[in-house]
Design a protein around this ligand. Structure first.
Ligand SMILES: N[C@@H](CCC(=O)N[C@@H](CS)C(=O)NCC(=O)O)C(=O)O
Length: 269
């Protein structure tokens, strides 16, 4: 049985969940609290995933520590059932997937949050600063030399720099331009199940999660294409969309419930 380490509201966890559900792959859910308890930073999880991010998919002979690797794994499981297997369409699908991964979803989400709730800025600065310092302190005494902890500390310092060196409103403008350009460049969508034809592909998975996040952030206006809007309406009707728990709005109760459930998660080696 496969174990999926993930967080309920996490964007890349949603990519993994939707890919696996659509591919008909079942897994045991291992929820992590990446927000308050920060279980992703624990030594046990660090052994599993040195980037200390969710999702991670683990099986008897499998360890995938990135959503794109899980997406590729799902496509491999489905084989000809997804259009990725069609050599004619594969390059365009790959380009749609790569374009999606070039967008920093975190920068989009955070710049939007800081523009609409500017009072959060000092708190974000404090939290990221103290997180980096505590990761560096742990690295200093880590038995393995702590390279992954130092890399994570640097990642948090880089995050901090994004939101302190450039005004969040300016960052948001740039992010909107990038997302609009991405959506505009996607090929025309047929009136079929998938973005590229009668079946799904990896592109359907990432675009669905992206549009879910744009909806949640109040940014769906960036999508100015009827063909894609219609596909999005159809996609949300799929039972898999519910099953994969794709968030299109922030759900406070579910957020707290998932944090509580995560307390029960133990990470065995
Ligand atoms: N490239 C990774 C990115 C994963 C990622 O950034 N996950 C976020 C949640 S959506 C995370 O774990 N954040 C916690 C942290 O960085 O400490 C992937 O595609 O899986």
């Amino acid at each position: 049985m496969l174990e999926l380490f993930h967080a309920a509201p996490s964007y890349y966890s949603m990519v993994a969940r939707l890919a696996l559900v659509e591919a008909g792959v079942s897994w045991t859910s291992r929820l992590l609290d990446i927000h308050l308890a920060k279980q992703q930073l624990s030594d046990a999880y660090r052994q599993l995933n040195p980037q200390m991010t969710v999702p991670t998919l683990r099986g008897p002979d499998l360890l995938l520590t990135d959503s794109s690797a899980i997406l590729d794994f799902a496509a491999g499981q489905v084989g000809p059932g997804w259009l990725d297997a069609d050599p004619q369409l594969a390059p365009a699908i790959q380009s749609a997937v790569a374009g999606h991964y070039a967008i920093s979803i975190e920068t989009l989400t955070f710049s939007k949050l800081l523009v609409s709730r500017s009072w959060m800025q000092p708190m974000v600065v404090r939290v990221l600063g103290s997180l980096s310092r505590s990761l560096e302190a742990r690295a200093a005494t880590a038995r393995d030399g702590g390279a992954s902890l130092l890399a994570k500390a640097q990642q948090n310092r880089d995050r901090l720099a994004v939101f302190t060196t450039v005004a969040p409103a300016q960052t948001l403008v740039q992010m909107r331009q990038q997302v609009s350009a991405y959506l505009t460049a996607l090929p025309p969508v047929p009136e079929q199940a998938g973005l590229f034809g009668d079946r799904l592909s990896r592109a359907d998975i990432v675009v669905a999660v992206l549009l879910g996040r744009l909806t949640m952030a109040g940014e769906l206006d960036l999508l100015q294409r009827n063909d894609l809007l219609q596909w999005w309406a159809r996609f949300q009707q799929r039972p898999t969309f519910q099953a994969a728990d794709i968030w299109t709005r922030f759900q406070g109760r579910r957020f707290v419930g998932a944090l509580l459930e995560a307390r029960q998660t133990t990470i065995s080696s």
